[in-house]
Design a binder for this molecule. Structure first.
Ligand SMILES: [Zn+2]
Length: 459
């Protein structure tokens, strides 16, 4: 480890400290690190990365760039630096274990069912008084007159849809979340009012609306590939009419039936994906939850060592879901088709976001984002493309690409230091040596402490 003192850097630093009237914390330097370019450029070995406050201030070739004399220097020889990861679909309401995201290198999350607690945590994390991932928080779910979930906002017509949008904006939501049982007129009312209010709307494609219509209406992201398989069926209209008439989840499932796969049309898929590209409709496939939904009967889930981090009531609910399951070969076939579709979307240029649906059975805070990255690679993405879906793409989606998403001077220092190259094997994202969240360094020892403290034991 070489630390070179550059006197000429000292003076401006002192002046700056004085003019602020308070002492800046010492700069942080990662020395001899390989910087990964998630935008697709070549990796840059043996770099010096300087972090001041919450920002990356300089990046240069080691030896060519002076190290600030008062810096805390981390020898990162043989290590790899990636931008902080985002999980773009989570439901997590346990304040004591928000650090599980940070401990896994997930420095940002999109919370998909807002409540006032989350709004508070979002603001506390932004201020630095709570340790956890940056949060973008949804409205409460806006659903039809008989919502799927309690605490949703029930709307039955266009006017109620418009009113709900104005209310959740006022309340402080970062975006509007739409759901499966919305009637058509309510959905299109929400779409139009969101445009007027300058707030984005995302979520499930309702059963009563086609994915193509949702894309044209400006829905910014589609979650869990909702509406996609049916939208790729050459019997789309007929099948949707049956689904809309069905009164229960089971009946809806039967209404789609095996025809969903048998009537899949490559032509329709190609047209739908082209429409997503044209409208810039993002997809957050959440393969992690689709897999656990399809394979929940699998006993292997029971022995997942990560269960020790899940609060007991949630762990028990997950267990009950396993016990009551008898997965058919058909749901597994659907899952395999969905994995295939994600690869086809990437090849078609459809913008993708990495998300897990954390909070649902066997979708773990922080840990499962790495499961999602691995699934995206299985779907056909390169490791760089999978990483992009969890870094640069979320930044672009959120309109934050000037401050987040890549490793560049001036950007916020949300970074993950890895012991091995994630481009060689995506599973290397799990070999975390250190996490830098908003400029704050958590070394392996600090991360281990976080993990130990987040174990739920009897909680
Ligand atoms: Zn969800």
């Amino acid at each position: 480890m070489k630390t070179r003192i550059a006197l000429f850097l000292l003076l401006p630093a002192l002046l700056l400290a004085q003019s602020n009237g308070s002492r800046q914390p010492a700069p942080l330097v990662l020395a001899h690190v390989t910087v990964i370019d998630v935008a697709g450029g070549p990796s840059k070995p043996d770099m010096t990365v300087v972090i001041r406050g919450d920002r990356i201030s300089d990046i240069g070739k080691a030896g060519e760039m002076p190290v600030p004399p008062d810096a805390t220097v981390v020898d990162a020889s043989g290590k790899f630096l990636i931008p902080g990861l985002w999980d773009m679909h989570v439901h997590w309401y346990d304040r004591d274990s928000l650090t599980l995201f940070t401990a896994n290198g997930v420095t940002g999350v999109r919370e998909m069912f807002g409540n006032s607690g989350l709004l508070r945590w979002r603001d506390e994390i932004a201020k630095g008084s709570l340790t956890g991932p940056r949060m973008i928080v949804a409205s409460p779910i806006i659903d039809g007159p008989q919502p799927v979930w309690p605490n949703s906002i029930a709307v039955g017509n266009e006017e109620e849809g418009r009113k709900a949008v104005r209310e959740v904006k006022q309340w402080g939501a970062d975006f509007v979340k739409v759901y499966s049982l919305l009637p058509r007129d309510a959905y299109f009312g929400i779409a139009d009012e969101s445009k007027r209010q300058g707030i984005s709307f995302v979520g499930h494609v309702p059963f009563a609306v086609s994915a193509a219509e949702a894309s044209d209406a400006g829905q910014k992201s589609i979650e869990h590939l909702t509406g996609i398989l049916i939208g790729c069926s050459y019997k789309e209209t007929e099948l949707r009419n049956e689904v809309v008439k069905a009164k229960s989840p089971g009946a809806r499932f039967r209404a789609e039936g095996v025809e969903l796969l048998d009537t899949f049309s490559d032509r329709k898929a190609k047209d739908l994906f082209a429409r997503f590209v044209k409208n810039q409709t993002w997809q957050c496939p959440t393969l992690t939850v689709l897999r656990s939904n399809a394979y929940l009967g699998d006993q292997s889930f029971r022995n997942d060592p990560r269960l020790k981090y899940v609060p007991r009531p949630m762990r028990e609910r997950w267990g009950q879901r396993i016990a009551s399951r008898n997965d058919s070969d058909y749901v597994k076939k659907v899952f395999r088709k969905e994995v295939e579709i994600v690869g086809a979307m990437q090849r078609a240029g459809v913008p993708l976001l990495a998300g897990t649906d954390t909070g649902n059975p066997f979708c773990f805070p922080g840990f499962s984002l790495h499961d999602e990255l691995a699934l995206l690679v299985i779907a056909g993405l390169t490791p760089a493309e999978a990483l992009r879906a969890a870094t640069l793409n979320p930044a672009k989606f959120l309109g934050l690409e000037k401050t987040l998403g890549t490793i560049e001077p001036g950007k916020i220092a949300d970074l993950v230091l890895l012991d091995a190259d994630p481009l060689a094997d995506i599973r290397n994202t799990q070999k975390i040596n250190a996490v830098i969240s908003n400029g704050r360094l958590f070394d392996r020892k600090a991360l281990n402490k976080m993990l130990a403290e987040a174990e739920t034991n009897d909680r």
